[in-house]
Design a protein around this ligand. Structure first.
Ligand SMILES: [Zn+2]
Length: 157
């Protein structure tokens, strides 16, 4: 099933490749948090509805809530999808970029496995991968000293 999800993700990213935007536009805003190189290799897509894999197998293992809950954005590998009306929400971009870093560092199969496990064990709000993204975003929002997010995630993940 992990493979099936990864295939779906790859197909989704390919389907949106012409609509994606490079994150280089955030270089100044996220200076010290995300390197220019990292931002150059990260992308976002503005969508009306956030694409999510709706497989019966996922529902069978208790992921219904996750599939159905309204979300502002979601990250698949180096690309995140956010609702069109939230384009200007810098904190949302920051949050999703933490997930891009997590995908980069864990690799797709590990991240998918772990994310599902965490949602099952803790629920979305308490999932450690989510808590990490929210904590770093809060830090950024407080205008606190810059943290190299990739390094931070590498040490904490
Ligand atoms: Zn998140």
């Amino acid at each position: 099933m992990i493979q099936k999800i990864e295939n779906w993700i790859d197909e989704t990213n390919v389907a949106f490749v012409t609509q994606r935007n490079s994150c280089t536009s955030f270089e100044a805003a996220f200076d010290g948090f995300y390197s220019p190189d990292f931002l150059r290799k990260s992308y976002f897509v503005l969508v009306k509805d956030i694409p999510r894999p709706d497989f019966p197998e996922l529902r069978q293992i208790g992921m219904d809530n996750f599939i159905d809950m309204p979300v502002a954005g979601i990250t698949y590998k180096n690309t995140y999808y956010i609702r069109r009306e939230l384009e200007q929400d810098l904190h949302l971009h920051f949050h999703e970029l933490v997930h891009v870093a997590q995908w980069n560092l864990l690799g797709a199969p590990n991240l998918i496995n772990r994310y599902i496990y965490e949602i099952q064990q803790h629920g979305y709000n308490e999932a450690p991968l989510e808590k990490m993204a929210y904590a770093l975003t809060n830090h950024f929002a407080l205008d606190a000293k810059a943290i190299d997010v990739l390094e931070f995630v590498q040490n904490k993940i």
